[in-house]
Write a protein that binds this ligand. Structure first.
Ligand SMILES: [Ca+2]
Ligand SMILES: [Ca+2]
Length: 205
């Protein structure tokens, strides 16, 4: 059992091939590369901070993000990202945290595009299988199929950008929890009921 954590490395050739995709996710800002200058980032921050409070709330972030369709960005994914980058535990994002969040979304967008081989704007079963195996996960077709069904919020047999992040982050958390028990790394664990409950309940998902 091997697994790779967080954001995977990107394949430059495939990225170039998929750059024709015209859908924009975080306004049109991703095309400008990273790191953006501070003024530039500040302008984006202010446009996302609709009420001018100096902080970005989950609602404001959700409105700013796009999954490439008219459907709202997955609120679970928004919550997950606020939780990750809200260093002061305020439930909102300061300008200081925003730069890191911006890079996170930008990296996921590159990742998503690089695995969306047919430039359809969504990830199908075959594309997810390629993505997971290139991240180092050894999963069967059956598991890939279950994951598509689990994270496909619209019943189309494919997953959008927001659900792709959700899917990968969830798999990462589950794998990390499993590995705590799989001390010899053979991909098999034996745990008690109580350990199982603790493992599942303490997962941050
Ligand atoms: Ca605000
Ligand atoms: Ca696709």
């Amino acid at each position: 059992m091997s697994a790779v954590i967080t954001i995977p490395s990107f394949n430059a050739t495939r990225l170039a091939a998929s750059s024709r995709l015209q859908q924009e996710y975080f306004y049109n800002t991703m095309a400008h590369g990273y790191p953006p200058n501070r003024d530039y980032l500040w302008n984006i921050f202010r446009s996302v901070d609709k009420d001018g409070s100096g902080f970005i709330t989950a609602d404001e972030l959700q409105q700013a993000l796009s999954n490439g369709t008219w459907s709202p960005f997955n609120p679970e994914t928004v919550r997950l990202m606020i939780g990750m980058f809200d260093k002061q535990n305020r439930g909102s994002i300061s300008f200081e945290d925003f730069g890191i969040l911006w890079k996170y979304v930008s990296d996921w967008q590159s990742c998503f595009r690089s695995f969306d081989n047919d430039n359809s704007g969504n990830i199908n079963e075959m594309e997810l299988k390629n993505a997971l195996s290139s991240f180092g996960y050894r999963v069967t077709d059956e598991v890939v199929s279950i994951m598509i069904r689990k994270f496909d919020r619209f019943g189309r047999g494919t997953i959008l950008f927001d659900d792709f992040i959700q899917c990968c982050v969830t798999l990462n958390s589950l794998t990390a929890a499993f590995r705590q028990y799989d001390t010899d790394g053979d991909g098999v664990i034996t745990i008690h009921y109580e350990q199982f409950l603790k493992m599942v309940i303490s997962l941050r998902m």
